[in-house]
Write a protein that binds this ligand. Structure first.
Ligand code: PYC
Length: 317
């Protein structure tokens, strides 16, 4: 059964390193019991109107990432969370997890220390420090394929790694661009072409999964950092933050190339100059990326959906 929007949905907005997150606090759909992945399947099949109404214009924008809080399957977990954007749903979201932690702390619902959040792609840990800094222990990240060629119209053959960091990424080191905010339009055009070329040429993540994030790397502007990136998100917006899942994918590639050791910090600078500190931690035979960053609450709002509003369910293209 398709669901109908309520008249009001309560949200808290935050930004993490410049990238916004809109967390639905109340008024979300009833998704029943089960794992967060099962509830995402129900949200996608029967309640997608919530995503469009909350995230897309006129109430949202292409840049926003949404976070729907759901009851965790395990009562010992602090929260279940489903992330979404203007184009669809995300497996995990690093900046969004930091934003949700800051939001729950703002509401007095998350204490200092270590907690578990359940996501559709697995459990992550969230450690809230007294400074407000949040460290995520992400799902396992790995490089799926190294130096995969793709033909891109106007650019010839490019090479990139395909890696998982909670979402699928194509990571490019060699490209003709300077990673500067004033070049964002050409960076977006280029990475969008890469994304379409990957799809056309059948280049995918494991089990045919679509690669929906493209990541470019370059030298950092601040010598205290190790690298700078530009990340294109699935709905064609660029990530204002250094991207938590993208940094996790990068850590997996660095480890696979022997360029980083477990426990060694990696300071990833994003296109705005904001930084996530990443580190690959050995946990038995698993490698767990940790990402540290800070988020700030920017608004506490009621979204209103008047019954006669022709755009009450959002403008989606
Ligand atoms: O931080 O993982 C992230 C992310 C994914 C898309 C936007 N931000």
């Amino acid at each position: 059964m398709q669901s109908h929007l309520p008249q009001r949905i309560e949200v808290i907005d935050s930004h993490t390193a410049g990238e916004p997150t809109r967390c639905i606090i109340s008024g979300g759909p009833q998704l029943g019991a089960g794992s967060v992945a099962e509830r995402l399947a129900r949200l996608r099949a029967s309640h997608d109107v919530y995503r469009r109404a909350v995230l897309c214009e006129p109430r949202g924008s292409d840049v926003l990432v949404g976070a729907l809080l759901v009851e965790p399957a395990d009562p010992a977990s602090a929260a279940g969370v489903i992330f979404f954007n203007n184009a669809g749903y995300l497996g995990m979201c690093g900046h969004g997890t930091v934003g949700v932690a800051a939001t729950l702390a703002y509401l007095g619902r998350l204490s200092l220390g270590r907690h578990i959040f359940e996501t559709p792609v697995g459990n992550v840990t969230v450690s809230l420090a007294e400074s407000g800094e949040v460290t995520i222990g992400n799902v396992t990240a790995y490089r799926h394929r190294a130096r995969v060629p793709v033909e891109v119209d106007g650019y010839g053959t490019l090479y990139g790694d395909v890696a998982w960091g909670g979402n699928w990424f194509y990571l490019i080191e060699e490209h003709p661009f300077q990673l500067l905010i004033e070049k964002v339009e050409s960076l977006t055009d280029f990475t969008w072409k890469v994304r379409k070329s990957l799809t056309e040429q059948g280049i995918t993540g494991a089990n045919g999964a679509e690669i929906d994030h493209i990541e470019l790397f370059g030298s950092p502007l601040d010598p205290a950092n190790h690298s700078r990136n530009f990340v294109l998100c699935p709905g064609k917006a660029y990530d204002r933050s250094p991207c938590g899942t993208g940094t996790s994918a990068k850590l997996a590639c660095l480890i696979a190339d022997g360029k980083l050791k477990p426990g060694q910090p990696w300071r990833q600078e994003g296109i705005l100059g904001s930084v996530f500190t990443g580190c690959m931690q050995q946990d038995g035979d698993r490698l767990i990326p940790t990402i540290t960053g800070s988020a700030y609450v920017t608004a506490e709002s009621s979204l209103i959906f008047e019954p006669n509003d022709p755009f009450r369910t959002g403008i989606s293209t």
